[in-house]
Write a protein that binds this ligand. Structure first.
Ligand SMILES: *[C@@H]1O[C@H](CO)[C@@H](O)[C@H](O)[C@H]1NC(C)=O
Ligand SMILES: *[C@@H]1O[C@H](CO)[C@@H](O)[C@H](O)[C@H]1NC(C)=O
Length: 270
């Protein structure tokens, strides 16, 4: 009896594995191993919006005085220790209805800062959240299995670790004239977050800050160091525990992107 149910279980396991490999339309979906840790990627609108060349309703940079003035969420990414990451792990298409109750918070704290429609796994291109869910969110199993808990948790982690506040409290306020030592920005976050973040500077402007977490959302050291030095990207891959090295020097943390636009020429409603 025991061996019969074991056989049945094995069959079910085999069938599910086959279902994963052969998708509905018969095309192959690569099975990917379980991820190692989460990175919460936060973007600085002051830098990203500086590159905005045209506006559209989906672009958070174009909301005039309602444009974000703190770090906003880019994504919550399941990553591997070796610096690679899984993507497009399930044949589940993004369904905005599942996160309709989170819409207010998502628009405010997780806006797209671009007009272009990013790639999605199964339908070509879609809205920012569709990209984040299909590309990254579907790989967050076994921690998350549905959109709602994935987006809700990302928001909650973002609320809990407010990097804008961590920087402010250490005296790092956005400034259009001052350039801050990258090491200073990193230490400021390290002191409150209790782990080293990844701070990404693009052309000497702070662009993104990434906080790392174990699967249970305990804080973890950032595994990678990215240096953007005049657009030159040097990526050092190392496990989370390894010593981090910083080469760059100064980073500007400014409002420029939010001030340079003539927002009134882009009256936008979401
Ligand atoms: C983060 O902290 C800043 C500065 O203290 C504050 O203005 C902002 O509302 C906080 N953001 C969130 C999402 O709590
Ligand atoms: C900004 O745009 C508005 C509306 O298009 C225009 O009336 C105004 O002159 C512009 N201001 C500047 C400083 O360019």
């Amino acid at each position: 009896m025991a061996s019969l149910s074991a056989q049945i279980l094995l069959c079910i396991a085999l069938i599910s594995a086959t279902c994963l490999i052969i998708g509905v339309n018969g095309s192959a979906v690569e099975r990917q191993r379980e991820f190692d840790y989460f990175a919460l990627a936060l973007q600085w609108p002051g830098t990203i919006c500086h590159q905005t060349r045209h506006c559209c309703s989906s672009n958070g940079c174009c909301r005039g005085s309602d444009s974000p003035t703190e770090f906003t969420i880019h994504g919550l990414w399941p990553d591997y220790n070796d610096g690679s990451w899984p993507s497009c792990c399930a044949r589940s298409q993004f369904d905005i209805k599942e996160i309709s109750t989170l819409m207010g918070a998502l628009q405010k704290y997780w806006p797209s800062l671009y007009c272009s429609r990013p790639s999605t796994c199964f339908s070509g291109k879609g809205i920012f959240w569709a990209h984040e869910w299909e590309t990254h969110g579907t790989c967050s199993s076994p921690v998350f299995h549905d959109e709602y808990s994935y987006f809700l948790t990302a928001l909650n982690v973002y609320f809990k670790y407010n990097v804008t506040k961590m920087l402010n409290e250490a005296g790092y306020v956005p400034s259009n004239s001052e350039r801050y030592p990258l090491g200073g920005l990193v230490s400021a976050i390290e002191n409150s977050f209790q782990a080293t973040p990844e701070v990404i500077c693009s052309k000497h402007d702070v662009k993104e800050i990434r906080l790392c977490f174990y699967k249970d959302f305990k804080v973890r050291f950032a595994p990678l160091v990215l240096h953007h030095l005049h657009d030159l990207v040097m990526r050092f891959l190392s496990p989370c525990s390894s010593k981090l090295m910083y080469f760059t020097i100064y980073c500007q943390y400014s409002w420029l992107g939010l001030l340079a636009r003539n927002m009134s020429s882009f009256p936008v409603r979401l």
